[in-house]
Design a protein around this ligand. Structure first.
Ligand code: UDP
Length: 311
C-alpha cells in the first residue's frame, strides 16, 4: 500500500508517517516546512519506503504512480502559527485541499481530511457531537484557521457527492506529545517549557476554560482506522477527559516537580470556553477510544521535552 501524508513533517503528520511505515506502507511525505521540520522525519530508517518531497500543495500536487490513500494534515495548527501565516492558512485549506482532492480523484485513492474541533468555534453545545454546526466568528482572528477547515470539509463533501470518491473527515481535538514545537505557543509546550525552566506558567484568562487532551499515538491510530472505514461523514477524534487549564497547569507542575508560580495573562479573542469531544461515532465506527491517560501521556511528553527541548 502507498500513502501520501501532506503535512507529514509536522507534529501529528510525522507520527502518522511513522505509524504507516510500521504497517509496511510506502509513504510519501509532502511538506513545505513552514511549520513542519525535517528533524521530525529524520530518524525513520525506512530506506526506499519513505520519501520526503518539499513542496507546497497550495501550488500543485502531483505524484507519479499508484497511490492508495492520501492524508491531508497540511496546515499551521497552533493559533500562534496561523496568526503569523493567515493567508497561507486560508490558502492551504482551500487550494491545498482542492489540489489533493484532484489528485485523489485521479489516483482513485481514499482521501482523509484532517479537520478540527475548531469547526465548532466557541461551542454552545457541550460536549460537541458531529451533528453540531458550530459557533464560529467568521471575521475573528481565529477565522483564518476555522473557516479554512470548514471550507475544506465543504470541498471534501462536494467531491464525494459530485464524483463519488471515497472520502473521510476527522475532526481532531487538542492533541499533544513528542515533536510539538517548543515555541509553537500552545498550552502544552508553553507550560512544560516554563515548568522545566523555572519560569512562571502563563495562564490566559482565569484558567477556567476547558480543553480535552489526546495523546498523539491514540490520534494516529484513530486516523488510520478512519481511512479504512467507508463512512464519509465527519468523525470526532479526541480524548473526552476534560480539564480546566488551571487543573492542567497544576498537573504539569506536579509531574515536572516544578515550583514555578502561575501568572495570569489576558485571554485571546474568541478563545473557546469549553471543549470536549463526544466520541460515540468513533467508538462505533472504528472500535476506537483513547488508551493513554493524561498523566502517562504528559509523562512521556515531559521526558521528550527534557531530552529534546532545544529543537
Ligand atoms: N493557554 C494558556 N496559556 C498558554 C497557552 C494557552 O492558558 O501559555 C490557553 C488558551 O488560552 C486556551 C487553551 O490554553 O484556552 C488551549 O490553547 P492552545 O493554544 O493550546 O490550543 P487551542 O485549543 O486554543 O487551539
Amino acid at each position: 500500500m502507498k500513502a501520501i501524508v501532506a503535512g507529514g513533517a509536522g507534529f501529528i503528520g510525522s507520527h502518522l508517517c511513522e505509524f504507516l511505515l510500521k504497517q509496511n506502507f510506502q509513504v510519501i511525505c509532502l511538506d513545505n516546512l513552514i511549520t513542519g521540520r525535517k528533524h521530525n522525519i529524520s530518524g525513520f530508517n525506512a530506506g526506499k519506503r519513505f520519501e520526503f518531497v518539499r513542496t507546497d500543495i497550495s501550488r500543485h500536487a502531483s505524484i507519479p504512480g499508484r497511490v492508495d490513500v492520501i492524508f491531508n494534515l497540511a496546515s499551521p495548527a497552533s493559533p500562534k502559527d496561523y496568526l503569523a501565516n493567515p493567508l497561507k492558512t486560508l490558502q492551504v485549506g482551500a487550494a491545498g485541499t482542492r489540489n489533493l482532492l484532484d489528485l485523489a480523484r485521479k489516483k482513485k485513492a481514499v482521501f482523509v481530511m484532517a479537520s478540527t474541533s475548531e469547526v465548532y468555534g466557541d461551542p454552545k453545545v457541550h460536549p460537541q457531537r458531529e451533528s453540531y454546526w458550530g459557533n464560529v466568528n467568521p471575521i475573528g482572528i481565529r477565522s483564518v484557521y476555522d473557516e479554512a477547515k470548514r471550507y475544506s470539509e465543504a470541498l471534501v463533501m462536494a467531491f464525494h457527492r459530485r464524483f463519488g470518491i471515497p472520502t473521510r473527515i476527522a475532526r481532531i481535538f487538542n492533541t499533544y506529545g513528542p515533536r510539538m514545537k517548543l515555541d509553537d505557543g500552545r498550552v502544552v509546550p508553553n507550560l512544560i517549557d516554563q515548568a522545566l525552566n523555572g519560569k512562571p506558567l502563563t495562564i490566559y484568562g482565569t484558567g477556567h476554560q476547558t480543553r480535552s487532551f489526546c495523546y498523539v499515538s491514540d490520534m494516529v491510530e484513530g486516523l488510520f482506522r478512519l481511512a479504512g472505514c467507508p463512512d464519509p461523514m465527519p468523525v470526532n477524534l479526541g480524548n473526552p477527559q476534560e480539564s480546566t487549564i488551571l487543573e492542567f497547569a497544576r498537573l504539569i507542575k506536579r509531574l515536572t516537580g516544578s515550583s514555578s508560580r502561575l501568572t495570569f495573562l489576558p485571554l485571546p479573542q474568541d478563545d473557546p470556553k469549553r471543549r470536549r469531544p463526544a466520541i460515540s461515532r468513533a467508538r462505533k465506527l472504528l472500535g476506537w477510544k483513547p488508551q493513554v491517560s493524561l498523566e502517562d501521556g504528559l509523562g512521556r511528553t515531559i521526558e521528550w521535552f527534557r531530552k529534546n527541548g532545544h529543537h
